[in-house]
Design a protein around this ligand. Sequence first.
Ligand SMILES: *[C@@H]1O[C@H](CO)[C@@H](O)[C@H](O)[C@H]1NC(C)=O
Ligand SMILES: *[C@@H]1O[C@H](CO)[C@@H](O)[C@H](O)[C@H]1NC(C)=O
Ligand SMILES: [Mg+2]
Length: 289
Amino acid sequence: MAMASKKLVLLVTLLAAAGIPFSRGSWNIRMPTARTLEAVAARLETDVAAAAAAPVIHALRPLLGSAGELGRRAGVPCDSWRLAVETYNKRDWSTVPASCESYVGHYMLGGHYRRDSRAVVDEAVAYAEGIQLAGNGKEVWVFDVDETSLSNLPYYAKHGFGTELYNATSFDEYVLEGSAPVLPETQRLFKKLISLGIKPVFLTGRTEDKRNVTEANLRSQGYSGWANLLLKPMGFHATTIAYKSGERQKLQDAGYVIVGNIGDQWSDILGTPEGARTFKLPDPLYYIG
Ligand SMILES: *[C@@H]1O[C@H](CO)[C@@H](O)[C@H](O)[C@H]1NC(C)=O
Ligand SMILES: *[C@@H]1O[C@H](CO)[C@@H](O)[C@H](O)[C@H]1NC(C)=O
Ligand SMILES: [Mg+2]
């Protein structure tokens, strides 16, 4: 109780120092109880200690829970992990940290993933609308397939949202069902490009034996009118960057102008020729180097 009183005194002192009147009548809200005040005082002590270590540049204090709430709940900063992944600072990772399973699940299934994808596509559409076409029909836009045009979230939701090691057998079984749902934001871009006269080209790490199922899956999800669907030859061994940039080089050699390139992996958009502009969709589920 003595400790609680000391913290109360500290709180009142802090409020007074901040110019906040501490009297019941001046606040049009219910006064907090001693218990909550004690918790607030404890937090203020921490804040004051942190503030003392650095010069104050703005009076703004982040609200508890305003960001990273789910990350904190998971016990590790999963939001920081995701940022490192999306910015390509973190590479060559094989699984989502086990403690981030629920964070990634919430991110993917809640509105956040969709909103992040929308922000990417809004930029891509604005850019596409400003492109001056040469009039010879040679402008193309490269689209990745998995986690770009089609979503494998139904599979990953059953397999720990990326926390389980990749299993080629079970993943292939899922792909061969041809049931992957559309990523609606990407499809919005796809349709916009066609209306503008820019030809979409699919370029995927899926192998040639999955051509039929991939084509059927794309069509069943509302895609049509693409110029080409490029799949990896069977037994072709190279990094994704080497394979995909090689295919883009062939497009360019055939006289096409790659005005845009969109994918969920950095290996979709790195390696010359990348395309005049690249767009990176979010993907915290897996890494392909
Ligand atoms: C991978 O998936 C297959 C097919 O579902 C399953 O039989 C196999 O046990 C899985 N392998 C591992 C290591 O989990
Ligand atoms: C793919 O479809 C074509 C006809 O559209 C068919 O001739 C071919 O056998 C199919 N390939 C596979 C691997 O199913
Ligand atoms: Mg992909």
